[in-house]
Design a protein around this ligand. Structure first.
Ligand SMILES: Cc1cc2nc3c(=O)[nH]c(=O)nc-3n(C[C@H](O)[C@H](O)[C@H](O)COP(=O)(O)O)c2cc1C
Length: 326
């Protein structure tokens, strides 16, 4: 997710689940082929498995960008066919590509020839007023013929004119049954569903119909929802990480970053939902969102002091856990 799922965010989410597949923000081919590659692609191996999402519509450029992604170590290359923003439309990629399945197939073919890791596609179920199932069926069918095995279906239309990207994540109604029907029609393909999913009961019910579930905003705003994913869906036998486990791991990570000259707030901004719903969570959040204080932090010790202060707001039970750890 643009501006959200950067490497610090992914490192945080990785503390919550060892196995959930994590995605980068969309990176355009232009940014990769003419910009600072390391700035866009650098990540820590501890974040794996990570998929690189690309935005573009020119097969040779996408192939070159996918190759870079593979060289950098990404475990999957995903093509964005779901973003409705005007900027993306001007570049003629994102959701407007759903109107050009032949071109998307050429892009997928070129990317698959360039890399060995899986090439996947994220898309909507229609664009503008097109609600016929046949539209998305033909889109998926054409791209599957080009060798794409995995489709992530954001189960609502994209409205290309008149709605902002934010409205496009809320206003067009969710029609999960379209994704279910795709799975029925293409049982050999891996179909993942996305859009408005917030609870395990919903995930379990979707998994009766499709192969996987992608969480966007809920995972970001309420990250602790990820903590049970390994046990529930990956057969993980390790105990579920506590909020404190996660926080202490990130505190060490932030200590390293700060000692290397980085800014603490670049990480804590993704963590602010960790204690959502916990008594004292607001006070914790206030300390770790105070940019002025975080800008003054230069050493690991200062990081520890701020986290300590943040934790002092938590009434139960993290204080007690802390006493056990120390
Ligand atoms: C701030 C923000 C940025 C997003 N950026 C991307 C993106 O770069 N690529 C993408 O495929 N989807 C992007 N999305 C859409 C989400 O991946 C997801 O499809 C959408 O939010 C619906 O899922 P959810 O209800 O679980 O959030 C973004 C969503 C948000 C809120």
């Amino acid at each position: 997710m643009m501006d959200w799922t950067d490497r610090h965010c992914r490192m945080f989410h990785r503390q919550l689940s060892r196995h959930a597949w994590l995605y980068t923000e969309m990176v355009t081919t232009g940014a990769l082929l003419h910009g600072d590659v390391a700035r866009h692609l650098d990540f820590d191996a501890a974040e794996q498995p990570v998929a690189l999402q690309l935005g573009g519509s020119e097969p040779a450029e996408l192939a070159a960008a996918a190759k870079l992604g593979e060289q950098w170590g990404y475990a999957e290359i995903n093509l964005n066919c779901g973003c409705p923003s005007e900027r993306v439309q001007r570049g003629a990629f994102g959701a407007c590509l759903m109107a050009e399945p032949g071109l998307v197939a050429d892009c997928v073919r070129a990317m698959r020839e360039a890399v060995n890791v899986p090439v996947t596609v994220k898309h909507r179920i229609g664009i503008d007023a097109i609600e016929e199932y046949g539209f998305v069926r033909d889109f998926v069918g054409t791209i599957a013929e080009a060798g794409c095995q995995t489709f992530i279906v954001h189960a609502r239309n994209a409205i290309l004119k008149g709605l902002s990207p934010k409205e496009n994540r809320e206003i067009p109604p969710l029609r999960y049954e379209v994704a279910y029907r795709l799975k029925q029609e293409f049982p050999m393909l891996e179909i993942l569903i996305n859009g408005g999913i917030t609870a395990y009961a919903e995930i379990d019910s979707h998994l009766q119909h499709v192969d996987g579930v992608m969480l966007g905003r809920e995972a970001y705003h309420n990250p602790y929802v990820l903590a049970e994913v390994d046990q529930r869906y990956y057969g993980g036998s390790e105990p579920v990480a506590s909020r404190l486990d996660v926080e202490l791991a990130m505190q060490r990570y932030i200590g390293d970053l700060v000692e290397a000259g980085g800014y603490m707030g670049a990480v804590t901004r993704h963590m602010l939902g960790l204690h959502r719903g916990v008594a004292g969570g607001r006070g914790w959040r206030r300390v770790l969102s105070d940019a002025r204080r975080m800008q003054a932090v230069r050493s690991r010790e200062q990081v520890d002091v701020l986290f300590e202060e943040a934790r002092s707001h938590l009434r139960t039970p993290i204080r007690e856990q802390m006493e056990e750890v120390l």
